[in-house]
Design a protein around this ligand. Structure first.
Ligand SMILES: Nc1ncnc2c1ncn2[C@@H]1O[C@H](COP(=O)(O)OP(=O)(O)O)[C@@H](O)[C@H]1O
Ligand SMILES: [Mg+2]
Length: 263
């Protein structure tokens, strides 16, 4: 299984080490899990560069993987980083303990909100995201096979262009924090005692706090509904709002979930 070309520095550090290949992510990235390291290989894109930038900026501020080596060659980005300990938030252990799970997720989100963003190198504010969404719509890059069934069609938006217009005309107020950008359960790791790491940070940066609340709430719903596992569970995703101490803002939740449909 060594037919993959790797930059020499990464090849040197991983040669002869055994690994498993991870298939949980949905981005098409190739992810190799070594005992203490993880290798992520992706087609180069703006977010693959941003991931390295933000990982370096976040190092020492909150628990994130340390960048061991990175490189780019022939349209691919290679990132070798430390392996985060613990289990993903979507692990059976946490899904069976909904109170612990929602308390941890809320604690993790507050950890992000407490980061001083004054010198954060990346912005994911509404304008930035809408501009990228516009490019995606114009280039026909919106993945219509991976949207909620009610977003487009009867009772929903005619097409991605119509959704984009609606988003542009209905921007909610903006509450900037450090936003993860893909705050779903497989991207946050816990041990039995606390938060051990945030991963998959290609969309992280200064952004609205409801961006993460919306995606986390949806991920909780999906993980409980049986969308990703064989069984349905009795867990009320709205517990997240109680754990965060915020009142659900239906308008902002809707806006950020609809924006995400274009990515
Ligand atoms: N540094 C890491 N430490 C531990 N596990 C990781 C690490 N990076 C990735 N993984 C595992 O690989 C999966 C996919 O990686 P991720 O960066 O989330 O890629 P994707 O963009 O495809 O979701 C994660 O959900 C996690 O299980
Ligand atoms: Mg991921």
């Amino acid at each position: 299984m060594t037919d993959l070309w790797l930059p020499p520095e990464i090849e040197k550090k991983t040669a002869d080490l055994s690994y498993t290949e991870n298939s949980i992510g949905m981005s098409g990235a190739l992810v190799r899990i070594y005992e203490d390291m993880v290798l992520k290989v992706q087609s180069s894109a703006p977010w693959t560069k941003r991931e390295v930038t933000i990982l370096k900026w976040l190092c020492g501020k909150i628990p994130v993987p340390e960048v061991i080596a990175c490189g780019e060659q022939d349209g691919k980005t290679y990132l070798l980083m430390t392996r985060v300990k613990g289990k993903m938030a979507c692990d059976e252990f946490f899904l069976q303990r909904p109170e612990l799970l929602t308390a941890r997720l809320a604690e993790a989100m507050r950890m992000l909100w407490d980061v001083d963003i004054s010198d954060c190198p990346i912005s994911r504010d509404q304008e930035t995201e809408l501009a990228e969404a516009r490019l995606r719509v114009e280039w026909g890059l919106v993945d219509l096979d991976n949207v909620e069934p009610t977003t487009f069609g009867p009772g929903g938006f005619k097409d991605p262009e119509a959704l984009l217009h609606w988003l542009e005309r209905n921007r909610p107020s903006y509450e900037p924090v450090l936003s993860h950008g893909d705050f779903c359960l497989p991207n946050v790791f816990f041990t039995e005692t606390g938060i051990s790491g945030f991963i998959d940070l290609g969309d992280a940066g200064v952004g609205d706090r409801w961006r993460d609340i919306a995606l986390c709430h949806r991920s909780l719903r999906h993980n409980m509904s049986g969308k990703y596992a064989s069984k349905e569970r009795e867990i009320d995703a709205d517990r997240l709002f109680d754990a965060l101490g915020v009142k659900p803002d239906a308008e902002k939740l809707r806006w950020y979930l609809l924006l995400d449909e274009l990515f």
